[in-house]
Design a protein around this ligand. Sequence first.
Ligand code: ZN
Length: 211
Amino acid sequence: MEFRDLLRFRHCGRTVYTLHGPAGLRCPVCGLAVRLGLMEAPIRIQTPFRDGHRTTCCFLITSRHGAAGFSEENESELHVGVSNSEGVVFSYTESGVQRQQQGWELSIVVPLVAPSNDSLSFRTLWDEQLETYSRLNTWTAGRFQEQREFGSCCYGFALSFINHVMRPEGSQPISRERFTCWYVLPRMETTSRYLSVYQHVCQHGYYSTAE
Ligand SMILES: [Zn+2]
């Protein structure tokens, strides 16, 4: 399933969502053309999904079961990894660390590196460290169950790598709770909201609310 951007605008005293399409927008509630006045100007809501293989040096969240895995009831189906500078995604699984060039096309992306920091030497160092880190004895297939008991697995691999490369000397590592709260949960909430509106728009042509 492909996900497109949505348009949000106010009309008929309602907030209306439709698929982002060509100009000449009509309000699906009343059928009238939408004027591009200041108060009614449509706002484009981007799909929260990105192709993880087109990212560099990012934390990625994907689902083993397509978009449905991103809904709140299915969070155990989520899988996380870290991309290198060429979009190869490293993640810890029952078979050890995987290096994948496909399979992460539907990802939620947390950028880890400021664009100003994104030099060639930085990317080279990142790739080397990710490769070295993936070879550590901690992340073997045999130790996956052991890691699972600590509740770590894929998340533990990604987060401890982030702490390994990004932590300024002497500072405390970012905890799983804090990372989740600051970087993951807000994106998951946005995604969940987008998905519920998007599914409604696909079924009914639009979604509108009184707000
Ligand atoms: Zn209308």
